[in-house]
Design a binder for this molecule. Structure first.
Ligand code: NAD
Length: 268
């Protein structure tokens, strides 16, 4: 298999290192808007090379993995699926716009490409997927992070919320997933995953809590419906490279890659 990884930050680096050790992976093309990051990562690996654009690699790539940003994902998904190449997306909030999402899924159906979304920092997506076959009354995601893991959020400045002044657990956002993934593009991509799997972006409720005592990035998923009730919670160690990102997200991408390569569908 030949892979292209877009984004050589915390997730992309861990994923590339793991992929480098997989016998089934023959070549890894690395792209980052910080060209030096891609080159530095490639220099540590046996099968990798840094490239300057994704387009040139699509004719010989089996899978593109996006681990960059919502903007990057929005730009590359149509190019990749348009060429019939599979893509795995970490910045799932890129799929929030209904017209955009419907278009890229339609293109993928036409070309035979797959749009793959790992469970990321979240647990409970397996049961949510099963539950969504029947009637669901409620989907709620409660995300708690240390204020240090929530950065560059213009919405908070506009609201006059100063994270450095927070003394205890404080609700900084409550509303729809549609709004949450746009307001917190680096923090609640899992809200997009849950929305697509369950009841959509407008009916999925999201609460974001900043807690200065939080050591972990936690995501609690509550689902109620005809099937019964799901309450699942992951308390994730933040990535050592990027505190906004849970280490579990990189592990999820690695696990997804292994499953794709080995055609292993246990627990889907
Ligand atoms: N689905 C999930 O559960 C989940 C969990 C954690 C993070 N994420 C998301 O995954 C993405 C990657 O996370 P990370 O922690 O590795 O981020 P990071 O900031 O550590 O790394 C991102 C890298 O992508 C590069 N980049 C950004 N825009 C680019 C572009 N247009 N073209 C090429 N390179 C670009 C940056 O230079 C950086 O090196 C983020 O969008 C993050 O919000 C998703």
């Amino acid at each position: 298999m030949r892979l292209a990884i877009v984004g050589c930050g915390s997730i992309g680096s861990e994923l590339a290192e793991a992929a480098d050790g997989m016998t089934e992976v023959k070549r890894i093309y690395l792209l980052d808007q910080r060209g030096l990051a891609a080159e530095a990562l490639a220099s540590k690996l046996k099968k990798a090379e840094a490239v300057r654009s994704i387009e040139g690699e699509l004719y010989h790539c089996d899978l593109v993995i996006e681990a960059a940003s919502q903007n990057a994902a929005r730009e590359i998904i149509p190019k990749v699926v348009g060429r019939g190449v599979d893509i795995m997306i970490m910045s799932v909030g890129a799929l929030v716009d209904d017209d955009y999402r419907n278009n890229v899924y339609a293109t993928a159906r036409n070309t035979g490409a797959r749009i793959l979304v790992p469970s990321g920092a979240l647990c409970g997506t397996d049961a949510l997927s099963s539950a969504s076959v029947g009637n669901i009354d409620l989907v709620r995601l409660i995300t708690t992070k240390n204020p240090e893991s929530i950065e560059d959020v213009p919405y908070l400045k506009k609201k006059g919320i100063d994270l450095s002044g927070i003394k205890g657990p404080t609700v900084i956002y409550e509303g729809t997933a549609r709004e949450a993934v746009k307001l917190f593009p680096k923090n609640v991509n899992v809200a997009a995953t849950v929305s697509i799997m369950g009841v959509g972006f407008d009916r999925t409720q999201v609460t974001v809590i900043a807690d200065p005592a939080a050591q972990a990035n936690s995501h609690e998923l509550i689902v109620k419906g005809d099937f019964g009730e799901i309450v699942s919670k992951s308390s994730n160690v933040p990535s050592v490279y990027n505190p906004s990102t849970s280490h579990l997200a990189a592990l999820s991408a690695i696990s997804a890659l292994k499953r794709i390569i080995r055609n292993d569908w246990v627990g889907i």
